[in-house]
Design a protein around this ligand. Structure first.
Ligand SMILES: Nc1ncnc2c1ncn2[C@@H]1O[C@H](COP(=O)(O)OP(=O)(O)O)[C@@H](O)[C@H]1O
Ligand SMILES: [Mg+2]
Length: 217
């Protein structure tokens, strides 16, 4: 397995008649966004415009104001801190393939909040990449996500590498090293444990050795 073979497999998904949606799942910090960016760079543009779009599940984080109201702010990132219904509805719109432009929200890391209208999916996009922790979760709401995806790939890095990068990302976005480590232990690790249980449902598991070849984004 190489990036080239993954690109080829992704391209094959677009050979059918319908718009293809490829899911990339994995734990927090497992390399989903890095892989999506590499695929996007390889499959991005044709003479007809953007041929591939990238819609992160992250954009469906509930806003802090709603998490506070629900009493879930302290475990932001858990499955019940996302608007899964909104995500499924967006995936259905994408698959319906009837609109010139569909806008999706993104998760803005400096704000640590979702931002509406941040990601455009133009009609020209015949492959839509969507990445997130819970694409394979077999639970009410999340179950409906899988039905909208042609394939789901699972990023499976070495656990120690993943954890180290996750802590580094938290500190890069403003947490102290102690706060970052505490957040990973209290919130990210339990979420990762739930994600890891879904690995066997993936169509393809991408090992750490392949993810390492992608290099830092
Ligand atoms: N192959 C790699 N080499 C070095 N750093 C990497 C590599 N892949 C990912 N990273 C870094 O690790 C962190 C987590 O990767 P990311 O793709 O954001 O994971 P996810 O989207 O699954 O949370 C990011 O800070 C990213 O820059
Ligand atoms: Mg990501």
């Amino acid at each position: 397995m190489t990036l080239a073979s993954l690109v080829q497999r992704a391209r094959r998904l677009t050979e059918g008649r319908h718009r293809a949606v490829l899911g990339i799942a994995g734990s927090p910090g497992s390399g989903k966004s890095t892989l999506a960016a590499a695929l996007l760079a390889a499959l991005g543009a044709t003479a007809l415009g953007a041929a591939t779009a990238h819609v992160p599940m992250d954009g469906f984080h509930l806003a802090d104001v709603e998490l506070a109201r629900l009493g879930r702010l302290a475990r932001k990132g858990a499955p019940d801190t996302f608007d899964v219904g909104g995500y499924v509805a967006l995936l259905r719109r994408i698959r319906a393939d009837a609109e010139e432009m569909i806008y999706a929200p993104a998760f803005e890391r400096t704000l640590e909040q979702p931002l509406a209208g941040a990601v455009g999916v133009p009609r020209s996009a015949r492959l839509v990449l969507t990445e997130g922790n819970y694409l394979l979760l077999d639970e009410p709401g999340w179950r409906e996500v899988r039905a909208e995806l042609d394939e789901v790939w699972f990023c499976d890095p070495h656990p120690a590498v993943r954890r180290e990068r996750l802590v580094a990302r938290h500190t890069a976005f403003g947490k102290s090293p102690a706060d970052a480590a505490a957040w990973v232990a209290a919130v990210d690790d339990p979420n990762a444990a739930r994600v890891e249980q879904t690995r066997d449902h993936a169509d393809l598991v991408i090992p750490g050795a392949v993810l390492e070849q992608l290099g830092p984004p």
